[in-house]
Design a protein. Structure first.
Length: 711
């Protein structure tokens, strides 16, 4: 959107176009050039509003009100002005932003117009009332002149005026009123004011009228419908005033009536446009939010409410493959089917944008009510859709929320529906999911943790714990595994299960992983000098880190800086991460293996990889998942099968030149059984839980004599 002030040429252009558009609509005492001159000022204002940054449509109100001030009071003037604006302002731009801006300018302009017109009507009505009262009250001498003045106003007014007696019998009506209602004076005189009440008139109108007749109020104003002689209803602004006799008793009533039917129709039309989606004709987000707001701001005791938020699956693919025009038709068809489903029950269905729809289910008893709506909607949507001879199949996912209206804040409900829709998508699409507080809390907590990760790295909230590995044949320590720990300032110590996935998803694992590798290697150096046979350090890495171009270089530098042999470093990748990985990550692994770094497959047995697949990888070690080990004990018959599996895995691994480490070894019995099965190393609470470097140091010192310590 341009930010520069409207150029003079654009102003003149708009004013000229505008003048031509409205030239013959109102009885204004101006010719075309004069009209254009008058509209030039307004055109400049309109263009200023259009180009305002940030966009603020409010000043367009003044333009609407200035139209009325210039006597452009025929509703045609307004409707033509509004019709002209989209082309005049947005030109060919049919993007959503331009359209919504045009709509906002139109709305404000129309609102200013309507308000001003009403003000003017009321002022006119007041003038007439004063004239009437003054006329009645003037001295006899002036009466004739006054009467003549009144007559002139009465007969010439463009506004309808009627006079009735205290009982409501109509005495007089001016030509404007007769024309407006379609009755002759004679016909009017046969009627009573009451006959002009419309069946839809609110109780309020009657009450006001009663109070007036009884002399309890001097006048009242209201918007009211009248029935014309041809049976059509018209909308009016009505002012009724009481005229008392010299003793103060109610004697006459004067009704001043302006026909606002066209204006009202226009306003309704604008309101409808503002509330409905152009493509599908369904309610739009604004109307939906208003309806939802009404239900939740004034909740019925014990009332419940449900939302069914629907999003089509893979709709983008339809749009991309067969084009937006067909995509739009699919949306129109889906909208009409959802409309039919909801209409039957009287529910509001709205299109929130794109391929997202929502059904508002009031007065629910429980979740089953929203579920029923979702299933009916799915059934409707999933019937094949035929457009131009081609058939399309569409499925949808839905997020359902159902709760007491007292605890349903609009924004909260929508957020819940959004999250739940996301669950339905994540769980495989073509299904609904029902909101559940526990799942949501968990996800919110994880989401929040994920956002805190970068700062945590900066603030040094991470540290490493080390868990010893033992050679089963000798019972001596062979290495340590570095395990990441997060000491969160508020939440305390957090295990990787809480955040490692988020770290991978957000990518923070790359810098974090670098820090882990460097820290672990530095730690290994402090231990290395102390033993003849240096401890191996095992570091877990995420597959994502393999995409880090500097990884290999960084590892080499780190090893050199700390005086470590490549074979002293083992990188652990989980079996799940490795399965299905191809191409570049594997190339990086091979390169690392070529340098001499050991590669281990972690949590082996939890995925579905097979040995043939693993043979393609440069793997030195398998780490058997804890779930395998738990069942392994020596001698026991029932555990025989597991023991046999572990046994054959071990011998197969050995055949392929890999060593085997058992994880989560918790008992002496397990350790014994694993040794018997030929397992090389073991790790687990039985040998030592993950500990601080100092604790590891102490433990090593105990084993020092056997390890050929230097001191
Ligand atoms: P992992 O690499 O398989 O690590 C072994 C896990 O088993 C550790 O959990 C350890 O505390 C636990 N454990 C050790 N002995 C026993 C035992 O006797 N019984 C039982 N039940 N568990 C035992 P932790 O430290 O919570 O780590 C969980 C996982 O998080 C690790 O599994 C690893 O996949 C990942 N992880 C840990 N540190 C890092 C890291 O620095 N980088 C990456 N990318 N992942 C890491
Ligand atoms: Mg590990
Ligand atoms: Mg493991």
């Amino acid at each position: 959107m341009p930010e520069t002030p409207a150029s003079q040429a654009a102003v003149i252009d708009l004013a000229a176009r505008w003048a031509r558009t409205v030239a013959d609509t109102s009885y204004v005492p101006m010719d075309l050039p004069e009209t254009q001159a008058y509209l030039t000022v307004l055109a400049e204002q309109v263009l200023q509003v259009w180009r305002s940054q940030p966009f603020d449509p409010e000043p367009a109100r003044q333009v609407g009100s200035a139209l009325v001030d210039g006597h452009f009071t025929n509703p045609d003037t307004l409707s033509r002005t509004l019709a002209m604006l989209p082309q005049a302002l947005a030109g060919e731009a049919v993007d959503a932003v331009s359209l919504s801006r045009v709509g906002a300018v139109q709305g404000m302009l129309a609102a200013g117009y309507a308000t001003r017109l009403q003000e003017r009507t009321l002022a006119e009505q007041d003038a007439i009332r004063t004239a009437t009262v003054v006329a009645r009250g003037e001295a006899e001498m002036a009466a004739r002149a006054s009467e003549a003045r009144f007559r002139a106003v009465f007969a010439g007014a463009a506004i309808g005026i009627g006079l009735g007696d205290a009982n409501g019998k109509i005495i007089d009506a001016n030509p404007a009123l007769m024309k407006m209602l379609g009755f002759s004076l004679l016909e009017m005189r046969r009627r009573n004011v009451g006959d002009f009440m419309h069946p839809d008139d609110a109780q309020k109108v009657w009450k006001l009228y009663e109070q007036l007749i009884l002399g309890f109020r001097e006048s009242f104003q209201t918007a009211k419908q009248f029935l014309r002689s041809d049976g059509h209803a018209i909308w009016t602004h009505l002012t009724v005033s009481l005229i008392r006799d010299s003793l103060g008793k109610p004697e006459f009533q004067v009704a001043v009536i302006e026909d606002i039917t066209d204006l009202r129709r226009l306003q309704n039309q604008l309101q409808h446009q503002a509330d409905h989606d152009e493509l599908t004709g369904l309610a739009n987000r604004a109307l939906f939010q208003r309806s939802l707001g009404q239900l939740t701001t004034d909740p019925v005791q014990g009332g419940r409410i449900g939302l069914c938020l629907i999003d089509l699956d893979g709709f983008k693919a339809i749009n991309d493959s067969v084009g937006h025009a067909v995509g739009d038709q699919v949306l129109v068809e889906v909208a009409s089917r959802l409309g039919a489903v909801s209409e039957k029950e009287g529910y509001l269905v709205a299109r929130l944008g794109g391929d997202e729809f929502v059904i508002l289910v009031p007065d629910t008893i429980g979740a089953q009510d929203v579920i029923a709506v979702a299933e009916a909607a799915f059934k409707a949507v999933e019937r094949p859709i035929t457009i131009a001879g081609r058939t399309y199949s569409v499925t949808a996912s839905a997020g359902l929320v159902e709760r007491a209206t007292t605890s349903a804040d609009t924004a909260d409900l929508m957020r819940a529906a959004d999250i739940t829709l996301y669950w339905a998508k994540a769980d495989g699409k073509d299904r609904w999911a029902l909101f559940d507080y526990e799942r949501s809390d968990r996800e919110v907590a994880e989401y929040t943790l994920a956002r805190m990760l970068p700062e945590a790295l900066q603030n040094h909230e991470f540290h490493l714990a080390y868990q010893p590995l033992f050679t089963l044949a000798t019972g001596l320590p062979s290495g340590v595994e570095a395990l990441l720990r997060w000491h969160h300032p508020k939440l305390g110590n957090l295990l990787p299960a809480r955040f490692i996935e988020a770290a991978e998803e957000t990518g923070i694992i790359v810098p974090l992983g670098r820090w882990i590798l460097q820290t672990a290697c530095r730690q290994a150096r402090t231990w290395a000098g102390r033993f003849a046979d240096p401890l191996r350090i095992s570091v877990n890495i995420a597959i994502r880190q393999l995409a880090d171009r500097q990884l290999i270089q960084m590892i080499q530098t780190t090893l050199e800086e700390n005086g470590l042999q490549p074979g002293q470093l083992q990188l652990e990748l989980t079996e799940r991460a490795v399965i299905g990985t191809d191409g570049e990550p594997l190339a990086v692994l091979r390169e690392l293996a070529d340098i001499g770094v050991r590669i281990a497959i972690d949590d082996f047995g939890t995925g579905y990889s097979n040995m043939t697949y693993l043979r393609r990888l440069p793997v030195c070690e398998l780490k058997l998942a804890g779930s395998f080990i738990n069942e392994v004990r020596p001698g026991g018959d029932s555990r025989k099968v597991d023991a046999q599996i572990v046994g054959s895995l071990v011998s197969l691994a050995h055949t392929l030149g890999m060593t085997v480490t058992a994880e989560e070894v918790e008992t002496k019995a397990q350790a014994q059984a694993l040794r018997e099965l030929g397992c090389d190393t073991a790790q687990g609470n039985y040998f030592g839980a993950p500990s601080s470097p100092e604790e590891i140091q102490l433990m090593m010192d105990q084993h020092l004599p056997q390890m050929g310590g230097r001191y």
